[in-house]
Ligand binder design. Structure first.
Ligand SMILES: [Zn+2]
Length: 210
C-alpha cells in the first residue's frame, strides 16, 4: 500500500471565513490524485496539538451541481469553515468516493432506481454493489504520512471512527455536523441517522422539513 506526495502548494480559500491552506495531492497504490489534503495549520500551535480532521467523500452532484438529494455540499462547506476556524485542521478529500465508491455513472443509475421507489441502500444492492463500497485505507495512509496518530474527527458517521481506530489512529473527540433537511434529502438523511447510526449535531425529526 503505497502513498506518495505528488504535488503541493498554498491555496487561499474562503468558506464561512477566509484562510490559507496547504494543498497536497497524494497518489495511493499507483492511483494519482486519490486524496487531496487541505491543511490549515497555524505556525504557533503546540507540538502535540491534535488536528480536527474530516475525511470527505467526493460528491460532484452535491458539491458542484447543487443537488438537494444529499448533504455533501453543505457538509464540505461546513467542514472547511470549521477547519479554517481552528489552529490545526485537515480536510482529506477522497476523489474516488463518488456515489459511496460506485462512481458517477452507477450513482446516476442508483438515483433512477430511487425515483422508482428504492432507498439508497436498496438501489446500490440492486446494481450489485454493497450499501457502502468506500475504501478508507488511502485516508489512513495519508494521515500516517502526515504523522497524525491522534485526531478530533469531524463526522457524523460511526464507520469512519471505527476505521481509524482499527488502524491505530486514536479518535479523541467526535465533532458532529448539522444538516438542513429538505423534501428531497429527507428520506436519505433520516436513513443515515436511523439505519446507519449517523449522529447529527441535532437529532433529525421527520417533521423538521423546511
Ligand atoms: Zn452527496
Amino acid at each position: 500500500m503505497k502513498c506518495e506526495l505528488m504535488a503541493e502548494c498554498k491555496l487561499p480559500v474562503k468558506f464561512s471565513r477566509a484562510c490559507e491552506v496547504d494543498m497536497k495531492s497524494f497518489s495511493y497504490n499507483g492511483r494519482p490524485e486519490e486524496v487531496i489534503a487541505l491543511i490549515h495549520k497555524k505556525s504557533e500551535i503546540a507540538v502535540n496539538e491534535v488536528p480536527l480532521v474530516r475525511v470527505h467523500s467526493a460528491c460532484i452532484t452535491g458539491e458542484i451541481f447543487g443537488s438537494q438529494k444529499c448533504d455533501c455540499g453543505y457538509q464540505f462547506k461546513q467542514g472547511m469553515g470549521k477547519i479554517c476556524s481552528t489552529a490545526y485542521g485537515i480536510m482529506l478529500y477522497m476523489t474516488s468516493h463518488e456515489g459511496r465508491g460506485i462512481g458517477l455513472n452507477n450513482k446516476i443509475r442508483a438515483y433512477q432506481l430511487q425515483e422508482q421507489g428504492a432507498n439508497t441502500i436498496e438501489a446500490n444492492e440492486k446494481l450489485g454493489f454493497p450499501a457502502d463500497a468506500r475504501d478508507f485505507s488511502a485516508a489512513v495512509a495519508v494521515l500516517k504520512f502526515l504523522k497524525v496518530d491522534r485526531v478530533k474527527i469531524l463526522t457524523n458517521n460511526p464507520e469512519k471512527i471505527k476505521v481509524l481506530r482499527n488502524n491505530n489512529i486514536e479518535v479523541v473527540e467526535q465533532v458532529s455536523l448539522s444538516a438542513e433537511l429538505n423534501q428531497f434529502n429527507k428520506q436519505y438523511l433520516l436513513l443515515k441517522q436511523n439505519v446507519l447510526a449517523h449522529r447529527f449535531q441535532h437529532f433529525l425529526q421527520e417533521t423538521s422539513v423546511f
